[in-house]
Design a binder for this molecule. Structure first.
Ligand SMILES: *[C@@H]1O[C@H](CO)[C@@H](O)[C@H](O)[C@H]1NC(C)=O
Ligand SMILES: *[C@@H]1O[C@H](CO)[C@@H](O)[C@H](O)[C@H]1NC(C)=O
Ligand SMILES: *[C@@H]1O[C@H](CO)[C@@H](O)[C@H](O)[C@H]1NC(C)=O
Ligand SMILES: *[C@@H]1O[C@H](CO)[C@@H](O)[C@H](O)[C@H]1NC(C)=O
Ligand SMILES: *[C@@H]1O[C@H](CO)[C@@H](O)[C@H](O)[C@H]1NC(C)=O
Ligand SMILES: *[C@@H]1O[C@H](CO)[C@@H](O)[C@H](O)[C@H]1NC(C)=O
Ligand SMILES: *[C@@H]1O[C@H](CO)[C@@H](O)[C@H](O)[C@H]1NC(C)=O
Ligand SMILES: *[C@@H]1O[C@H](CO)[C@@H](O)[C@H](O)[C@H]1NC(C)=O
Ligand SMILES: *[C@@H]1O[C@H](CO)[C@@H](O)[C@H](O)[C@H]1NC(C)=O
Ligand SMILES: *[C@@H]1O[C@H](CO)[C@@H](O)[C@H](O)[C@H]1NC(C)=O
Length: 439
């Protein structure tokens, strides 16, 4: 850990007056080191030091000058701009001058956690996904007390969902909690009169374990892998995941598109899925919820939310069978929230599209303004002499205090509703039409 020590340098370079008794131009012997420049004559010379160097001959830098500053073999370095020194401490030490023990030195963070020193003497662990605790030594399996009978390890991170999911058993062990010893079949072979136990054959693990939900089992020695069919995941394809992946923002366009889910059986209690549909700027999302099916002992929730309005609910149902609802949003985003809830399951089918609804339709800016859409909002653009959100506030007439007299009429710049001027008649001239015509 580097730390900085401010060296009180009075100046970037130090002037040193130096007298010698010798004759001849003393600077000709180039006494100034490290890029310092010399000025002098045959009795004196002065070194103007470059950068952070100091000393009569510019022979010191901040680290050599303070060579004993860094303790415990720490290495001193300095910043060539500010001339501040810093100690790069060796293993196990930290602090401004490497005089403190580094609390991260003995790697206190478990499971790949990153140790950061706090205040020099304390540490903080930044834990990887699914690990917690001050030392990153807690995980969902530990908090569930799942040991897999010491014949396997507990899986708790499936696609970032941190939950005790299953036991992955060591070779020779099986069962949900690795408490079944995998049987072996001993085959005997007759060689002459001696019976020898010659081979042991491990049973095909795929014959003992079922990948659920039509997952395909692939044997690998005595272990197996399930290749799951969406939306299932997990060691045995036992978990339903949100599908299609809700992290993908669905883009609506003018044509109807479909978002539907297969049936979600509930293995992960309270599996919540949230999809976001985005319309192009200036357009809004329209959703037709064709059918929502929710079944189970406790019924979940299906909802259309407006994420741009604090998740205001535009449509929500907890009915077991709900059909045909047209939800027109007023924003460019809409969210579909689907919570199958504990011990229930469900599916939905909906169609969405983006629609352009002219926000000026049915919106009046009166007779002195024009409505122009600003995204999804109507906006009145007023004629120059009117103002206000509805263009109903007249501005002051620029000719109200006309000085054009009897021989002129007042006019003004129509584009800005300002700059009044006089149009003279009867031969009168001048800015105020006050000069009579020449005879
Ligand atoms: C340098 O030294 C010489 C002889 O020693 C002397 O004559 C001269 O005045 C000196 N020059 C200066 C600038 O002091
Ligand atoms: C510093 O400590 C780490 C971990 O203890 C070790 O891997 C590394 O070799 C040490 N480095 C030095 C320079 O002692
Ligand atoms: C750590 O730093 C904070 C803020 O600078 C301070 O309040 C606290 O007393 C420090 N703790 C220790 C143990 O030095
Ligand atoms: C498995 O596939 C069969 C045939 O495609 C299908 O009838 C069945 O519903 C599927 N089962 C599950 C749990 O998806
Ligand atoms: C709208 O998006 C769908 C799906 O991405 C695409 O098939 C279709 O061609 C798009 N239609 C238009 C008009 O862009
Ligand atoms: C849901 O609605 C769509 C469109 O109307 C239809 O094709 C589909 O069969 C319906 N699904 C169920 C389960 O009712
Ligand atoms: C809307 O709900 C989602 C999901 O619960 C949440 O991530 C998001 O922060 C919410 N937004 C607002 C504005 O409350
Ligand atoms: C919901 O709809 C499904 C499919 O149409 C039907 O089998 C089921 O009986 C309905 N449930 C209720 C409670 O109406
Ligand atoms: C879900 O089912 C389990 C087992 O039947 C039961 O223990 C649990 O209380 C149920 N949870 C809810 C929220 O109904
Ligand atoms: C629009 O302008 C005309 C002419 O200046 C004026 O008579 C009328 O009152 C204005 N309308 C509104 C709604 O202000």
């Amino acid at each position: 850990m580097a730390s900085f020590h401010v060296v009180a340098l009075l100046s970037a370079y130090l002037l040193v007056l130096y007298s010698l008794l010798a004759s001849g131009d003393l600077c000709s012997e180039a006494p100034c080191q490290n890029g310092g420049s010399c000025r002098g004559d045959n009795t004196t010379f002065v070194c103007h030091c470059a950068g952070c160097f100091i000393g009569t001959y510019c022979e010191f830098d901040p680290c050599t000058e303070f060579s004993d500053f860094c303790e415990n073999d720490g290495i001193c370095q300095y910043d060539s701009q500010t001339c501040e020194t810093a100690c790069h401490c060796k293993n196990g030490t930290t602090g401004h001058s490497c005089d403190e023990n580094d609390p991260c030195a003995d790697a206190p963070c478990r499971n790949g956690g990153t140790c950061n020193t706090v205040n020099g003497t304390h540490f903080h662990c930044k834990c990887p996904t699914c690990y917690g605790g001050q030392l990153c030594d807690a995980d969902p399996c530990l908090s569930d007390g799942e040991t897999c009978n010491d014949h396997g390890h507990c899986i708790f991170n499936v696609n970032g969902i941190c939950q005790n999911v299953a036991c992955e058993c060591d070779n020779g062990w099986g069962g949900n909690f690795c408490d079944d010893q995998v049987s072996t079949i001993a085959t005997t072979m007759q060689t002459g009169s001696t019976t020898v136990l010659s081979t042991t054959t491990t049973l095909d693990p795929c014959s003992m374990y079922n990948c659920q939900h039509n997952g395909t089992c692939v044997a690998d020695g005595s272990s197996y892998t399930c290749k799951c069919v969406t939306p299932y995941a997990g060691i045995n394809c036992e978990n339903a995941m949100c599908y299609p992946d809700p992290k993908i923002i669905l883009t609506a366009n003018g044509t109807w598109q479909t978002l539907s889910t297969t049936r979600y059986p509930l293995y992960i209690n309270g599996l919540n899925c949230l999809w976001t549909i985005r319309a192009p700027p200036g357009q809004t999302v329209e959703i037709v919820v064709s059918n929502v099916t929710l079944v189970g002992s406790t019924i979940g929730t299906f909802a259309v939310l407006d994420p741009l309005a604090n998740n205001a609910s535009l449509f929500s149902t907890q009915e077991t069978n709900r059909t045909t609802n047209d939800v027109k949003t007023s924003n460019t985003l809409a969210s579909i929230f689907f919570d199958t809830h504990a011990n229930s399951s469900g599916n939905f089918f909906l169609q969405y599209r983006s629609v352009y609804t002219d926000p000026c339709a049915g919106y009046s800016c009166g007779s002195n303004g024009t409505c122009i859409a600003n995204g999804n909002a109507p906006e009145c653009h007023c004629n120059p002499c009117y103002s206000g959100a509805k263009c109903d506030i007249p501005k002051k007439d620029p000719c109200a205090n006309s000085v054009c007299g009897a021989h002129g009429t007042c006019a003004y710049d129509q584009a800005t509703c300002s700059n009044p001027y006089c149009n003279c008649n009867g031969g009168y001239t001048g800015p105020f039409c006050s000069n009579p015509p020449l005879p």
